[in-house]
Design a protein around this ligand. Structure first.
Ligand code: SF4
Length: 424
């Protein structure tokens, strides 16, 4: 047998690069950047002028875990509704900070509706469509002055779909006469970065503190997004909002966003994130919150809800017992979490494993805090349960699911209930 050898110097390659230190920004009561935990945000898709529907959706997003919620402010009726939305949310105990999304006429809406300007915690503006030609600088300046007056943060969010055309044309002209012209896409990426940075510098010149500025530069291509944010992060220390714009529907949107955001977060880039998913008609908007949380948790940045590791199943799991138990445990955890969060501090870091057969079942279950290895096809109808790496029981018969849930409950009570008592 070959002798086991450990390399003399074991390189430590696991884990993300250190978080890039940015200037912290307070958005309402939420700290973004400066080493604070990466913040989850989302955006409504209701008509903001419809106060009832918007309150309902903001509350749903906040209860799902969104720490900041953005709403569209596109016309007078929407701006007039904002203070009422804030007031109703406060009345039902939802204190999530609201961000106003402004395009074209933000300067006018904020000036004409001071209660809206006051109720919002942050203004999001896009340097590509804040105004055109001679109006651009003036209207941008007006918004920044209003942010200073109301002591609000501003996100300067460049977007591939509405890139500052004057800046792009100027850079294309320079590129055309350079000795080694870049390809057009590279120039567009540079324009995105410059658009955000030049606007931030201009905002500071007007008097907005660096601690009031968050930058984003969203594009819809994964590789472009990674390149743009790397450039942005290398050139300044403003707090950064990450998001892949127009990510799309279903698995495509989830995969593309996770790939892009995951790589950037691993490199230490990003202080707040959003999944820009397209819901199906009548679809659940809170999916974008869940996706952000799961990305942050699976990458080890934050913990929101106990994770269930389940094997994919294969030809060894011909019955549906395994899928049913995995689904059952997952949904039981989700529905129990609101209560668990207050009764069992720290429970969100719990790891549960539900495995389909003896091949990887016992091993994976031992790595979890509590895990069960169900019998695969042809195996004896028994299910060993492992707690903190040790086999503690073998379940049999039709009541396996119920008995396992009781064991998970007992484990949570034992491990996290004590902390609750100690905290009292
Ligand atoms: S643990 Fe067993 S059932 Fe699950 S995927 Fe592996 S071999 Fe298949």
């Amino acid at each position: 047998m070959t002798e086991a050898v450990l390399p003399a110097a074991l390189a430590e390659i696991a884990g993300p690069q250190p978080r890039r230190l940015t200037v912290p920004v307070k958005v309402g009561g939420v700290e973004v950047g400066g080493g604070a935990p990466i913040v989850v945000q989302s955006m409504t898709n209701t008509d903001t002028a419809d106060v009832g529907e918007t309150v309902k959706q903001v509350a749903a997003l906040a209860r799902a875990g969104s720490e900041l919620v953005r709403i569209t402010v596109d016309r007078d009726e929407a701006a007039a509704a904002v203070p009422h939305i804030r007031e109703r949310l406060d009345r039902i105990g939802v204190d999530v900070p609201l961000i106003g999304d402004f395009h074209y006429i933000g300067h006018k809406l904020l000036a004409d509706h001071p209660a809206c300007a006051e109720a919002l915690a942050k203004y999001r503006i896009n340097p590509g469509n804040v105004g055109f030609k001679d109006k651009k600088d003036r209207q941008f300046g007006q918004i920044i002055e209003l942010a200073i007056k109301h002591d609000k943060a501003v996100r300067i969010g460049a977007n591939w779909g509405s890139l500052d055309q004057e800046l792009l044309t100027a850079l294309m002209d320079v590129n055309a006469v350079s000795e080694k012209p870049l390809d057009a896409r590279a120039v567009m990426r540079e324009a995105m970065v410059q658009s955000a940075l030049l606007s931030a510098v201009r905002a500071e010149e007007i008097g907005l503190g660096k601690d009031k500025i968050i930058l984003s530069a969203k594009v819809s291509g994964v590789q472009d997004l990674i390149a743009v944010y790397r450039m942005l992060a290398a050139r300044a220390d403003y707090a950064i909002h990450l998001g892949l714009t127009e990510a799309g529907m279903g698995s495509k949107g989830l995969v593309a966003s996770s790939a892009a955001l995951g790589i950037l977060l691993q490199e230490g880039i990003g202080d707040t994130i959003r999944y820009s998913l397209t819901p199906g008609p009548g679809g659940d908007r809170t999916l974008e919150v869940k996706a952000s949380q799961e990305l942050l948790q699976t990458m080890g940045f934050r913990a929101f809800v106990p994770l269930v590791a389940a094997c994919p199943g294969c030809g060894r799991t011909t019955s549906t017992v395994f899928q049913e138990l995995a689904r059952d445990i997952q949904s039981w955890i989700s529905t129990s979490m609101p209560e668990w969060k207050t009764r069992y501090p720290g429970v969100e870091a719990l790891n549960v494993a539900v495995m389909g057969c003896i091949v990887n079942g016992p091993g994976e279950s031992k790595h979890a805090d509590i895990g069960i290895s169900l019998p695969g096809t042809g195996e004896a109808p028994t299910a060993p349960v492992f707690v903190d790496g040790k086999k503690v029981a073998t379940l049999r018969g039709a009541g396996i699911a119920g008995e396992f849930k009781t064991m998970v409950n007992d484990y949570i009570e034992r491990r996290y209930g004590l902390r609750a008592d100690a905290a009292e």
